[in-house]
Ligand binder design. Structure first.
Ligand SMILES: Cc1cc2nc3c(=O)[nH]c(=O)nc-3n(C[C@H](O)[C@H](O)[C@H](O)COP(=O)(O)OP(=O)(O)OC[C@H]3O[C@@H](n4cnc5c(N)ncnc54)[C@H](O)[C@@H]3O)c2cc1C
Length: 422
């Protein structure tokens, strides 16, 4: 603790006054994007005093509830921020993991087309990969699919050797450790929920449930809450966050024998989800999932979780209804699968037909922050906006964990320009 908020007026008196400790930058959100931004900012500007405020624990939400896949950069539209930041960020992340001994494995993955209707999009993803500079990708035949994953079945596939697995919560903890150890003016505080801002001419008082802190600049990396934090800062984000829960199943010991590494379907181009896939985790477990179900609670990991404020917020937004009307059949199917192991299994059997009910058991869940525009379109690319003395990260979906160092660097460059840090 570098500052004391409450200073007693007399040594033995309980009478005290409060003041807000002054920082250069306060980052709201201790997920992988917020902490990577603090790390990148401090690496370029060691003198900056940066405070990261996290309402729960570090990596408590999307960062600690994802598939743990280091994505290659294959799926994303050439020229998009996602494509560029995923490829650059992946290379930097792997080098970072090697340097800091973070367990990871560049084991490669296969994408499997189950029928002819999927070939067009599989080829599109392959060509995107070539344009995005994804190393070593190769089209593979049915026989080659079998050589790599003996239980997987498909008519054609793509081999992506530079995909890997890692624990993103461990990466986030390393960013925090480096920021706190290397830069004496900076720190990360857990259990500090930001609830309001009070602006003065050249600084912002950031009020939390417990205390308040002051900074010249604010960076909003609050994931699921980024639209609400932006509003509290006087910004109209022109979008809304809607939560989509993803349920996973674990492979049982006998099921694990059917998967060596990572097996992905060809994603449906109409949806921004990669489809249920098999993932060997760095912890030794193998998971399959996630599906994508609208959730009535932004940070609700249970199938029946409900939060009135989140529900009203979502259902009073025109964009949510437009999305429902556009993709009601997909939503309904995903709902049915969420409550039926057999239907979930059927989906998985598209990739591994010999998988049985005894090969899978219910696992954990994650919730994705999907940014929706007024027309019900899910905003696909990363989105960071500037307003006055603040930057707001308004959309950082997958592959933002893979791309965290590249996004952190993009935020650092924006901060250099907008906040005149140089
Ligand atoms: C199911 C699932 C699977 C995924 N798989 C992958 C994958 O394999 N590979 C990949 O690269 N990406 C994947 N992603 C995406 C990736 O996890 C996210 O893009 C990334 O974690 C976003 O990081 P973040 O820091 O923006 O958000 P978060 O990790 O959600 O962090 C935001 C933080 O802000 C805090 N916060 C919110 N409000 C406040 C407040 N008022 N005051 C203080 N703190 C606040 C929250 O508690 C939270 O810790 C997946 C995501 C999900 C959900």
């Amino acid at each position: 603790m570098k500052f004391k908020n409450h200073i007693p007026i007399f040594p033995y008196s309980s009478i005290s006054f409060t003041f807000a400790p002054m920082y250069d930058i306060i980052i709201i959100g201790g997920g992988i994007v917020g902490t990577a931004s603090a790390y990148k900012l401090n690496m370029h500007h060691p003198q900056l005093k940066i405070l990261v405020l996290e309402k729960d624990k570090i990596a408590a939400h999307q960062t600690g509830h994802n598939s743990g896949v280091i994505h290659s950069g294959l799926y994303y539209k050439p020229g998009s921020y996602k494509a560029k930041n995923c490829v650059d960020g992946r290379r930097e992340l792997v080098a970072f993991a090697r340097e800091h001994n973070i367990p990871h494995d560049i084991c490669g993955k296969i994408i499997v087309a189950s029928d002819k209707s999927e070939l067009e999009f599989m080829n599109k993803a392959y060509n995107n990969g070539l344009q995005n500079g994804v190393e070593g990708i190769e089209k593979i035949s049915t026989a080659q699919i079998k050589e790599i994953e003996p239980y997987a079945v498909g008519i054609e596939g793509v081999w992506v050797p530079c995909t890997g697995i890692i624990d993103f919560a461990a990466v986030t903890r390393k960013y925090v450790e480096l920021v706190e150890q290397k830069f004496s003016g900076s720190k990360v505080m857990e259990g500090e929920e930001v609830i309001a801002f009070e602006k003065t001419a050249d600084s912002t008082k950031v009020v939390t449930k417990k205390s308040s802190y002051e900074a010249r600049y604010i960076i909003n990396c609050s994931g699921m809450n980024c639209d609400r934090i932006a509003k509290k800062d006087g910004v109209n984000p022109d979008m809304k966050i809607v939560g989509f829960r993803g349920d996973y199943y674990d492979l049982t010991e006998q099921g694990k024998e059917k998967v060596r590494n990572l097996i992905y379907p060809v994603p449906n181009p109409a949806f921004p989800f990669l489809g249920v896939h098999f993932t060997r985790m760095i912890t030794g477990e193998t998971e399959c999932g996630p599906n994508a179900v609208f959730t009535f609670k932004r940070e609700g990991y249970g199938k029946t979780d409900f939060n009135l404020k989140d529900t009203i917020d979502s259902l009073t937004y025109g964009g949510t209804w437009k999305l429902f009307f556009k993709q009601w059949r997909f939503d309904l199917d995903e709902y049915r699968r969420a409550f039926s192991k057999r239907l979930f299994l059927e989906r998985l059997q598209k990739l591994i037909p010999s998988l049985t009910m005894d090969d899978i058991q219910p696992g954990r869940a994650g919730v994705r922050a999907m940014a929706l525009d007024h027309d019900g379109n899910m905003i696909d690319d990363f989105k960071i906006e500037h307003s006055g003395n603040s930057l707001h990260v308004l959309n950082a979906p997958s592959p933002a964990a893979t791309a965290s160092l590249a996004i952190g660097n993009a935020i650092r460059i924006m901060a250099d320009e907008r906040f005149n840090l140089n």
